[in-house]
Design a protein around this ligand. Structure first.
Ligand SMILES: C[S@@+](CC[C@H](N)C(=O)[O-])C[C@H]1O[C@@H](n2cnc3c(N)ncnc32)[C@H](O)[C@@H]1O
Length: 280
């Protein structure tokens, strides 16, 4: 298993951008920004779009991605593997009968994101970064099955109930799919546990949660870790079951994402991210 030990794909919170741009909190940098203007601060979600070969990002995101790779090493294969995990979890939920998805910390809705993997399903993407939300709304304009809106994962009341009813039609009536990928690293243990418990309470029995979290990979890469800032949370995989609370992982358990129900030989990438599916 070659390089199972690297980074974390959602590098983030603070990244020193080439060219002297100040360090910025990537998780909240979009707050208050004009979503129509090219952003001055990077977003981890749009850095991932860059690594996935997408076109929905800005020069500042590319600069931050390059700065991170300078401290850590190449990231594209790691994030391709992670996006493959997203696809397998969404297909797994679909096979269990889920056809309504609520996505938190959704990032850019392209490059194998939820509605592309499950084209017959209804999908509501949410995020807190206004620039990424505006990008997502432009990408999804004209879709009658997928939409993008503001939603703070830690407070369900921030999601427009009309959009929730329209794009997650099973909400409150039948099992739904909750996609919580790329987000745990930005929440401390208490907030993460409370957020997952609130979600558990809000969804009907039989609902499923696709989740992942950052392992300890960056502990071996202190320069890259330093770029992530204080708001970045790595976790020992042994600690995660407690954080899931009442959610019950499926028999596949919690695994390095490349090893979770792989379609074939797993990608040879570092075990930067771990995840799985859990059921109410
Ligand atoms: C690393 S990106 C993940 C994007 C996508 N889910 C993926 O896996 O490729 C993390 C995203 O979480 C968003 N985010 C951070 N804190 C959040 C919160 N409290 N609620 C919702 N989204 C949040 C950020 O704005 C960012 O777009």
């Amino acid at each position: 298993m070659a390089a199972r030990s690297t980074v974390d794909r959602r590098p983030v919170a603070r990244v020193a951008v080439d060219g002297g741009v100040a360090m910025s909190d990537l998780t909240t940098a979009g707050a208050g920004a004009d979503p129509a203007a090219a952003p001055q601060v990077p977003s981890t979600a749009r850095m991932i779009d860059h690594w996935l070969g997408g076109t929905d990002h800005f020069p500042v995101d590319v600069a931050a991605a390059r700065a991170f790779e300078g401290a850590y090493g190449p990231c594209a294969e790691i994030f391709r593997s992670l996006r493959g995990f997203l696809g397998r979890t969404v297909r797994h939920l679909g096979a269990a009968g889920v056809d309504s998805f609520l996505v938190f910390g959704a990032g850019v809705p392209t490059r194998g994101n939820v509605h592309e993997v499950a084209p017959a399903a209804s999908v509501l993407y949410t995020d807190i970064d206004p620039v990424t939300i505006a990008l997502g709304q432009r990408i999804l304009a004209g879709s009658d099955r997928a939409a993008y809106t503001y939603g703070d994962a830690t407070d369900l009341s921030t999601i427009d109930p009309a959009l929730l009813g329209r794009y997650v039609p099973a909400w409150g009536r039948a099992p739904v799919g909750v996609v919580f990928l790329g987000l745990a690293a930005f929440l401390d243990d208490a907030t993460l546990a409370r957020t997952l418990d609130d979600l558990y309470a809000a969804v009907p029995a039989g609902s499923r949660l696709a989740f992942d979290f950052d392992g300890m990979e960056l502990a071996g890469h202190p320069q890259a870790l330093a770029l992530m800032g204080e708001g970045f949370h790595m976790r020992d995989p042994a600690a995660f079951p407690d954080l899931l609370g009442r959610w019950r992982p499926t028999a596949d358990g919690i695994a390095p994402v490349a090893l979770w129900r792989p379609d074939g030989p797993p990608e040879d990438v570092p075990d930067a991210f771990h995840g799985g599916v859990a059921v109410k």
